[in-house]
Design a protein around this ligand. Structure first.
Ligand SMILES: [Zn+2]
Ligand SMILES: [Zn+2]
Length: 332
């Protein structure tokens, strides 16, 4: 619950800019997979940028397709297979899945899957995160050995109508999206004190997101209700889609939606340094862990959103010490 305006309505913007044109499915393209495949997003995905292989192996091009997607949106496995990679490449979260002779890649995607895990066609493999070369989109790739292929070939002619942003408009769409992201980032930096994520405090608790503290715990004028009210947690500014990490090992006790706090998740950390500690995460786009699940320190438990009574993407962190609501920063 804070004032910062962070409007990443890229999807809406892209949708407005779309000039819809139907292109035929690749004629007679033989399906590459012995198993069925499908789009990695629900609904009718929109191709923001198509596959343009480089003329030479080391040349520049676009080695996949970009599908319009919202931060926090569920990303699905395009076919059954085995997780070949789940981690960070040059700061962006990437998932790769092997399907026999071919491999599909998805980025930026935050996942809790591990290498070697089996996934089914249409299974949720994670959610769209932040980072990557396009904003508000999923970069979907396909490789056979070292060669990059057009992932739309996987659909084997079942692609139906594809909606493409014409090349002439794509640059405008991307420039606009970049400008918005930059403006939002500089607004954050000028308003807030930057904090390092992942640096454990005296009790070994991490900051749950790599973001600035944008509003501290304590009495303040509520930005939406315009009344003096206890701000019952610490706000961390972070773009929608940023990973939320467990600050400390614990067990998920409950997750639910509240009209003010949005999507909430509670972690019980048991007794730490003689103090019973509980934390709560609010306004997330979604959570990736379930009640009863044990989480380790630093594990990705959800993604930043702006659900509930919120004016922009951020995480509202709450801490209870021996059952008493406390200033999170007194403990972190
Ligand atoms: Zn707050
Ligand atoms: Zn791409």
């Amino acid at each position: 619950m804070r004032v910062l305006r962070r409007d990443f309505q890229v999807t809406t913007f892209v949708a407005m800019c779309l000039s819809v044109l139907a292109i035929p499915a690749p004629a007679g393209a033989a399906p590459l997979l012995p198993t069925p495949a499908d789009w990695p997003l629900g609904g009718g995905p929109v191709v923001q940028r198509g596959f343009t292989p480089p003329a030479v192996v080391w040349g520049s091009g676009h080695r996949g397709v970009d599908l319009v997607a919202k931060s926090g949106e569920a990303v699905l496995s395009a076919a059954s297979g085995t997780v070949a990679f789940a981690g960070s490449i040059a700061g962006k979260p990437v998932v790769s899945i092997d399907h026999g002779s071919v491999r599909t890649t998805y980025e930026p995607v935050i996942t809790t899957l591990r290498v070697g895990e089996r996934v089914a066609l249409g299974q949720v493999i994670g959610v769209l995160g932040a980072g990557g070369h396009c904003l508000g989109c999923l970069h979907w790739g396909l490789r056979e050995g070292k060669s990059y292929l057009d992932p739309l070939l996987l659909l084997g002619g079942r692609g139906g109508r594809l909606r493409l942003v014409p090349e002439s408009q794509r640059e405008v769409v991307e420039r606009e999206a970049r400008a918005r992201a930059l403006a939002a980032a500089s607004a954050t930096q000028s308003k807030a004190i930057m904090t390092a994520a992942g640096r454990p405090g005296s009790h070994g608790f991490l900051h749950p997101v790599a973001g600035a503290v944008s509003s501290a715990f304590g009495m303040r004028l509520h930005p939406l209700l315009k009344i003096q009210k206890l701000h019952d947690g610490t706000d961390f500014a972070a773009a929608c889609g940023t990973a939320i990490r467990a600050p400390y090992a614990g067990v998920v006790t409950r997750t639910f939606f509240n009209s003010a706090y949005g999507n909430r998740l509670f972690l019980s950390h048991g007794s730490v340094d003689g103090v019973r500690v509980e934390t709560a995460f609010n306004h997330a786009a979604r959570y990736l862990v379930r009640p009863g699940q044990r989480v380790s320190r630093g594990q990705v438990i959800g993604v930043v959103g702006s659900t509930g009574l919120s004016t922009g993407c951020h995480l509202h962190l709450m801490v209870w010490l021996n059952g008493r609501l406390s200033n999170p920063m007194s403990w972190l």
